[in-house]
Design a protein around this ligand. Sequence first.
Ligand code: GAF
Length: 374
Amino acid sequence: MRVAEEFRAAFGREPEGVWHAPGRVNLIGEHTDYNGGFVLPFAVPWGVACAAARRDDEVVRLLSLQDGSARVHEIAVLDEAEGWTRYVAGVFWALRRAGHAAGGADLVIDGDVPRGAGLSSSAALEVSVALALDELYGLGLGRMELALLAQRAENDFVGMPCGIMDQAASALSREGHALFMDCRSLASRAVPLDLAAEGFQVLIIDTGVHHELADGQYARRRRDCENAAKRLGVEALRDVTDLAGALAVLEGDERRRTQHVVTENHRVEAVIGLLRAGALREIGALLNASHLSLRDQYEVSCAELDVAVEAAVRGGARGARMTGGGFGGSAIALVPVDRLDSVRHEVARAYEARGWRAPRFLPAVPSPGARRLA
Ligand code: GAF
């Protein structure tokens, strides 16, 4: 395994193990996680592998095979970590702050999550390191605990106020399944998703764009939702049961955000119901509705995502939507396998007509969650 060989070359000793955590797409349930709502992501075939061994001090030595510099970063004081190494330092920080005896480690990281595609490479990095430390130091953490610690690293150390979806998808997914999760109770359930057996593929359309301000906008959306919940006298928008009544009280951004979150939660439940009934092909309309709501009510889409979604449906997808935080990244389309060529062609043509860089197409196969490889 390449990551283990590079570990030997960098540190002159054997790694004690190799762990892997995947990125994710979200089938439906967008911007619901931090509102105590429902999500339905699944792990993708790409992720982050981490070869690791303990040290007898508190130091973290870290090499990434994607770094380009081939430089071993030595982090003696976690707060001094910079750039991408903060995601790793944050995991050590979160574990130690929670009272877990995670000492130092030598680590080599090898990731293949397509860059900038919005497939949660950062959650994959955090979860692979968290799982490595859990097993190396015998911390005995459960999968959800690992996900929560990885989220805390990202929220409180890196400074990105994300919800729990990405880390949970990486830590808990099962091959051939999506992960239905209640982000308030943190109860989760693996939902069978045998796309191939039904003659479908979930096609990732990577727009290749990442619009600036995405992080600031994410924090603003969270604030809109919190303010709306406060005005409605509920703990979170998850608790809104009378949407018409709520919309009568709210206005502007808070009104639109609430409309999205409440209806999106219902769409997740509807998709779950259809999947349970063996009616995968019927979820397309809900994917389309989710996209329109994210575009018009939540205002986190962008021209490249909208064009990808519209062209995919024109090309024969049963439904399509942006996936993840928005403002670029990827859309997903539910495509009958005999329409894959037509969908790819239609989307590529729409991009070309606008003079945009060609999008990338990738099959999203529901893959295993974090695990030990060696
Ligand atoms: C990003 C966040 F990290 C998730 O927690 C989630 O809120 C998502 O955007 C939107 O559904 O991926």
